[in-house]
Every structure is written in structure tokens, then in C-alpha cells.
Design a protein around this ligand. Structure first.
Ligand code: FEO
Length: 163
């Protein structure tokens, strides 16, 4: 059985993972409308992964005798200044999510909840991968400049296996 504090912070994370999914959907839609099918595809896939993260939390809370709440989500931005600015936003958001996952872990430790302390490790690892994956895209973008956007859009899916 989860303690109230662990249940609450897991519910907070359900909202944050769900918002992440919607944020990347909004970015995907923006990129698709700009004709960048590769970048849109990367973001649609990322949105699916975030939905899976949300589901992992929902199922875990319910399995542990808590009550997973499905929240309302605020609307993500509709427009972005450019691709580099958008990926900088993705990195900033993932750093926020990493800090948020660390808070779930810290709460589980403080509550002597060893099962959650153990379970959350998957997310700790996942955040390392997510941050380094986005950093890789930003590095490629800064090397290539705006003229390289065509190539990034063409090749972005291959980068998923590189980090
Ligand atoms: Fe589920 Fe990208 O954090």
C-alpha cells in the first residue's frame, strides 16, 4: 500500500507525463504543418512514449492500492519560433521531468517505500537517455545551422539508436 505522500507525488507525475505527451503532440503537429515530416515523426513517437510513461504510473499506483487520478491538462503552445528553439524547449522540459522523477525517488526514500524506490529506477535511467537524445539533436542542429535542417529532418529517426 502506498503512503499518501507517495500516492500524491505519483499522481503529480501522471499529470506531468500526460502533459509531456500533449506537448510533443503539439510540437509534432506544428512541425508537420511546416512540412518537416521526419521531425514530426520523431515527436509523434516521443508523444507515444510519454503516454506509455503516464500509463506505467497509472498502473503502478492502482496496483499498489492507491487511486490513480486522470487529470485535466493545460493546453501546450501551438506555435514555436523555430526548430532549434523548439528542441531547446524539449531539453528544458526533460530536465524539469528529471528533477520531478528525482523528487518521486526522494519521497519514496523518505517514506521507507523500498518497492517504489526500486520501481522508479527505470525512469531514472530513461531520463538519462531522453536528455542525451535531445542534446544530440541540438548538437547536430548547431553544427548544421538552418541549412542543415533538410538533412536533420531526413535523418532524425536514425539518431534514436545513437545515444
Ligand atoms: Fe517521460 Fe520524457 O519524460
Amino acid at each position: 500500500m502506498l503512503t499518501k505522500k507517495v500516492e500524491d507525488i505519483c499522481n503529480r507525475q501522471i499529470e506531468r507525463e500526460g502533459y509531456s505527451s500533449n506537448l510533443y503532440l503539439a510540437m509534432a503537429s506544428w512541425a508537420e504543418n511546416k512540412g518537416m515530416a521526419g521531425i514530426a515523426g520523431w515527436l509523434y513517437l516521443q508523444a507515444d512514449e510519454e503516454r506509455q510513461h503516464m500509463l506505467k504510473f497509472i498502473k503502478y499506483v492502482n496496483e499498489r492500492g492507491g487511486c490513480a487520478c486522470i487529470p485535466a491538462f493545460k493546453q501546450p503552445p501551438v506555435k514555436y519560433k523555430g526548430v532549434a528553439e523548439m528542441f531547446k524547449e524539449v531539453l528544458k522540459h526533460e530536465q524539469f521531468i528529471t528533477a520531478s522523477i528525482n523528487e518521486v525517488l526522494a519521497t519514496a526514500i523518505a517514506e521507507n517505500d523500498y518497492a517504489t524506490t526500486n520501481w522508479i529506477q527505470w525512469f531514472v535511467e530513461e531520463q538519462l537517455e531522453e536528455e542525451s537524445g535531445v542534446q544530440l539533436i541540438l548538437d547536430k542542429l548547431s553544427m548544421a545551422g538552418e541549412h542543415g535542417l533538410y538533412f536533420l529532418d531526413r535523418d532524425i529517426m536514425r539518431l534514436r539508436g545513437e545515444n
